[in-house]
Design a protein around this ligand. Structure first.
Ligand code: NAD
Length: 385
């Protein structure tokens, strides 16, 4: 599909952008959002390409963010969510795609970082035709960006996208793909959590540890399964009552219904819903020793909240490091390796988390900053070659 098809599909903007940091230094985030809702996005910095996709026929409104392709093609899932505004969707995709760059680099994968969001309710607005239109936009990028599942997406949706483009991973095993990445993501989070436990308590064993799992969707439920199996005491919370009931029926867990979830005394908080749940409000409430979960961009502000956690002596296992299992799994579809390599690379998240937490302790950096610096170094070294 070439230029003609791009016109036919009516891409409204396809731009390469480099935003000077300067703008962000003089205005607050709110002022920026009002004055410059697109170029003023704080998360814009250093994106290689941002693609706005619009198709009137299906109602598709999507944004693809390609953050960095130095290590390889940008790979990151598609999130479908009922965003309150287009600005919120743009901010989300840019934060997420940047995170993917560092996730791939810290995990040692030859991949760049990208992500996509579709604006809309996945329950009522997602149709096979909309997914095919979206796939056609991805196809126009010619392999710069590969998609996969994220919130609001199913493996079957990736199968639909696969009908119109080869640049999709996370398709069904019956169609030659690696299948649902969520159990592998959960396994990686479990590894990272055990490493943080080893650093905090001297043992990776989670038996008897009280764990707050926020969000019991695809990944959260698998994580519950793993930690309950090891003898942890688990408290779950979710905005979806059906999910709470379904998980409660299957596992020996407590359901949180009253009071502030974040203020519940426990050993570990595992954010497995959406991002930015580690913020000024929640850090003040939290009574845990460790934060280790699957959600992307858990820290509302990487620097401010990373330091706040450090001051409160809460060990933070960086999200982009410990939730990389799903990426490892879908990368297997491109790199052509099998299940045992997927599992051993995911298990290695334990060692990498230990290294990062030791580095943070030795240098005084926050774990997030320590992980980021290693990822940045890998990208810079590769660029020099
Ligand atoms: P999901 O949509 O299956 O599950 C998310 C769950 O969180 C849902 O049950 C939802 O009801 C619940 N939720 C939403 N808002 C909430 C709130 N405010 N409080 C409590 N619960 C809330 O998504 P998922 O695939 O399990 O992914 C969970 C998180 O992990 C996301 O942030 C995603 O980006 C990240 N992640 C997922 C993968 C993967 O392989 N699926 C990989 C890496 C990162």
């Amino acid at each position: 599909m070439g230029y003609f098809s791009i016109q036919f599909l009516s891409i409204i903007q396809l731009v390469t952008l480099k935003i000077p940091l300067m703008i962000t230094e003089v205005l607050t985030a709110n002022q920026l959002a009002k004055a410059a809702p697109v170029f003023g996005q704080l998360s814009f910095n250093d994106h290689e390409q941002i693609v706005f996709c619009h198709d009137k026929g299906t109602g598709l409104k999507a944004i693809i963010g390609v953050h960095n392709t130095i290590l390889g093609p940008a790979l990151g899932g598609t999130r479908m969510y009922n965003y309150a505004s287009e600005g919120e969707a743009l901010n989300d995709v840019l934060r997420l795609s940047r995170g993917m760059t560092y996730k791939a680099a810290i995990t040692g994968l030859r991949l760049g970082g990208g992500k996509a969001v579709i604006i809309g309710d996945p329950q009522t607005e997602k149709t096979p035709e909309l997914m095919r239109r979206f796939g056609a936009f991805i196809d126009t990028l010619g392999g710069t960006y590969y998609t996969a599942e994220d919130v609001g997406m199913e493996t079957s949706d990736m199968d639909t996208v696969r009908e119109v483009t080869p640049y999709v991973t996370g398709v069904s095993e019956s169609k030659g793909g690696a299948g649902n990445p969520s159990p592998i993501t959960a396994y990686g989070v479990y590894m990272g959590m055990k490493a943080a436990a080893k650093c905090t308590y001297g043992s990776p064993n989670l038996e008897g540890k009280k764990i707050l799992v926020e969000g019991v969707g695809h990944v959260g439920e698998e994580l519950v399964h793993l930690v309950v199996q090891e003898g942890a005491e688990v408290v779950i919370s979710d905005v979806n009552e059906q999910r709470l009931e379904a998980v409660k029926q299957k596992y020996n867990v407590l359901v949180h219904r009253e009071g502030d979830f974040y203020a519940t005394p426990a050993d570990i908080y595992a954010p497995c819903a959406l991002g930015a749940t580690v913020n000024d409000h929640t850090i003040d409430q939290l009574q845990v020793k460790i934060i280790a979960g699957a959600a992307n961009n858990q820290l509302a502000d990487e620097q401010v909240h990373g330091v706040k956690l450090q001051q409160k002596e809460i060990i933070y296992a960086p999200d982009f490091l410990i939730n990389a299992g799903g990426l490892i799994n879908v990368y297997a579809e491109i790199a052509g390796y099998g299940r045992s390599e997927v599992m051993s690379k995911t298990e290695n998240i334990y060692e990498t988390t230990m290294d990062i937490l030791y580095k943070a302790e030795a240098t005084g950096m926050t774990p997030h900053a320590a992980a980021l610096s290693i990822a940045e170094e890998r990208i810079a070294n590769h660029q020099k070659k």
